[in-house]
Design a protein around this ligand. Structure first.
Ligand SMILES: [Zn+2]
Ligand SMILES: [Zn+2]
Length: 238
């Protein structure tokens, strides 16, 4: 019942029209989605050195605990910015499908990988009702038939959203030490056969990367827990 009322109100205030061309039926029509350019990731996202596609240079790999970063398109694209804004702040869940199509376009075939979304703090999840990164992660896991681990990473406390902080240094301190591995999961880790992280490659999923501080913090604890390689996968890079 609640969902029905919510859908009714959404249709009333947010009619299902393409945010780019105005065509009825979806928030982004297929032809406008196809026009969004997928960018080759041939520069290190942290220092701009040329690198083989999607890799992070050796120096930055050590510092940021991330081995690769796959991003579909620049955040400066006004249509992408609008799609992400509506997805996140107007709670339009169904944008997870078209946005994850952009992720799939920028990925090669992947296997033997665990998918982990960047979590929200429980309190914020209650306020928002859904975690946008988790919705994207679900689509990716389904598409490639990969295991999805939504419970492994936890936020220890709620912090000011990174998007509200402009300064790079403050973003870094704001997020420092924020993630931990769920203790339930660590117990499971003791049994080597059941340890889902040990020597695994993990793809961390988020909607946008700006300074990379959030992805780096998450990658750090996952590596501590035994993961071999961490890749970041995001729709847009700021
Ligand atoms: Zn359109
Ligand atoms: Zn670099």
């Amino acid at each position: 019942m609640f969902q029905a009322i919510k859908n009714f109100l959404l249709d009333l205030f947010f009619p299902k029209k393409c945010l780019n061309c105005g065509k009825n039926g979806a928030y982004i029509c297929n032809s406008c989605l196809d026009k969004i350019e997928i960018i080759p990731n041939n520069k290190c996202p942290f220092c701009n050195r040329p690198v083989p596609n999607t890799f992070i240079c050796e120096k930055c790999r050590e510092k940021h605990f991330l081995d690769r970063l796959i991003w579909a398109t620049p955040y400066s694209n006004p249509l992408i910015k609008e799609l992400i804004r509506v997805f996140k702040y107007h709670f339009i869940k169904e944008l997870a499908k078209p946005l994850s199509k952009l992720l799939i376009k920028s990925l090669e075939n992947i296997s033997n990988i665990v998918i982990v979304p960047i979590p929200l703090h429980e309190r914020r999840l209650k306020e928002r009702d859904f975690n946008q990164a988790e919705l994207l992660a679900k689509e990716i896991a389904e598409h490639y038939s990969l295991p999805l681990e939504t419970g492994v990473l936890k936020r220890k406390r709620a912090v000011t959203p990174q998007a509200q902080i402009k300064d790079h240094k403050t973003r870094k301190t704001n997020i420092k030490g924020i993630f931990e591995i769920d203790p339930k999961f660590t117990k499971k880790c003791l049994d080597k056969k059941q340890n889902l992280l040990k020597d695994k490659t993990i793809i961390l999923i988020d909607d946008v990367i700006t300074t990379g501080a959030t992805l780096s913090e998450a990658a750090k604890v996952l590596k501590c827990a035994g993961a071999k390689e961490i890749w970041g996968l995001v729709v847009a890079k700021g």
